[in-house]
Design a protein around this ligand. Structure first.
Ligand code: UT7
Length: 328
């Protein structure tokens, strides 16, 4: 038994999601923009995305996904709520305390801002807090409503993003158990902070797509390789690569560089598009619901996004049954 198998650590025990009911197809997006389904699908893999109704916020989606993750684990409380988001309900205060109170909790609660890497950052922080004994049980929620920050007239971003939320419950356990978070690592390069940004005094997100694409492929490959090595895994032993769903071509390029066959790449981008901090838990939930991942599977999670930020996690899947919810 290796050291990774016999220490105290965080274990994933629940998985929940929330998608808005309204679905917007590529054809619908193309009615208002100089683009078409063929371009969007061939360049990104996206076919449709979910969008919130007026009045529905990140906090609404986050609270529903958080409740779903607690239900999935058969729990009704936790002592930390960590919300990764770029679209908080207000600039001040953080959205997480209200999410916690809507779940009936007086838990420690804070927001984390790491754009599309937010969920992996949150997983790493919660894992460290649980392992250190700061908390026992943590909800890590990734939730974003990019429809509130995307320029509907910008075809470079309007076709790519969707709204949604996903959450996992982490509990103190042992790293030899199914569900264990074996290793995480995070990174950033602030010299690229203008590649994905809401400019000062600007209203909308801007993205230099092809520059981000190139850096995403290189960095995600390095990060995934490194976290697998630290977890003591050969890449050939990875059962599923669950990358941030920014672009199907990015995911397949990274998998190819890692030597992973196409069937080990988890992707639900066709149905949900790029949901930023929600993307990895939404992909996990669809994969679990379809039986593509099961208890004991070795999962490599890797994200890349604005900041620039990136992060990876090596997780042994718990077999948690996802609870997948919807709201307007
Ligand atoms: O989630 C956080 C991290 N984000 C990412 O990882 C996103 C990474 N980037 C991408 O996924 C891709 O760069 C995009 C999907 C955003 C764009 O695809 P691309 O293949 O890199 O296109 P491009 O930006 O290099 O543009 C190629 C052409 C341009 O036309 P010209 O100048 O060659 O005439 C664009 O104007 O495609 C044009 N174009 C479009 N055409 C039709 C850009 N967007 C569209 C569009 N429909 N929606």
């Amino acid at each position: 038994m290796t050291a990774a198998n016999d220490r105290v650590g965080a274990v994933v025990t629940g998985l929940g999601t929330c998608l808005p009911e309204t679905v917007i197809t590529n054809d619908e997006v193309s009615r208002h923009l100089d683009t078409d389904h063929a371009w969007i699908h061939s360049r990104t893999g996206i076919e449709r995305r979910h969008r919130v109704s007026a009045g529905t916020s990140t906090g609404d989606l986050a609270a529903t996904a958080g409740a779903a993750a607690l239900k999935s684990a058969g729990r009704d409380d936790c002592d930390l709520v960590l919300l990764a988001t770029t679209t908080p309900d207000r600039r001040c205060p953080a959205t997480a305390p209200r999410v916690a109170s809507r779940l009936g909790l007086r838990a420690a609660a804070f927001d984390l801002s790491a754009v599309c890497s937010g969920f992996v950052y949150g997983l790493s922080v919660a894992d460290a807090m649980i392992t250190a004994g700061t908390c026992e049980r943590a909800l890590v929620i990734g939730a974003d409503v990019y429809s509130s920050i995307v320029d509907p007239g910008d075809r470079g971003t309007a076709v790519i993003f969707g709204d949604g939320a996903g959450a996992v419950l982490l509990e103190r356990g042992r790293t030899g158990e199914p569900g264990a978070v074996l290793h995480t690592e995070l990174g950033s390069d602030g010299t690229g902070d203008d590649l994905i940004t809401i400019p000062p005094r600007g209203e909308y997100l801007t993205m230099r797509g092809s520059d981000v694409y190139t850096r995403a492929v290189t960095t995600m490959t390095e990060s995934a390789r490194s976290v697998a090595a630290h977890a003591g895994w050969d890449l050939a032993d990875v059962d599923a690569f669950v990358g941030h769903q920014a672009n199907l071509r990015i995911l397949t390029s990274v998998a190819k560089r890692l030597g992973l066959p196409r069937e080990r790449v988890v992707s639900n981008i066709a149905d949900v598009a790029n949901t930023a901090a929600a993307s990895i838990p939404l992909a996990l939930a669809d994969a679990a619901a379809e039986g593509r991942i099961g208890s004991g599977d070795r999962l490599l999670l890797t994200a890349f996004g604005g900041g620039l930020t990136w992060g990876s996690a090596a997780v042994v899947w718990s077999g948690a049954e996802p609870v997948q919810d919807q709201r307007s």
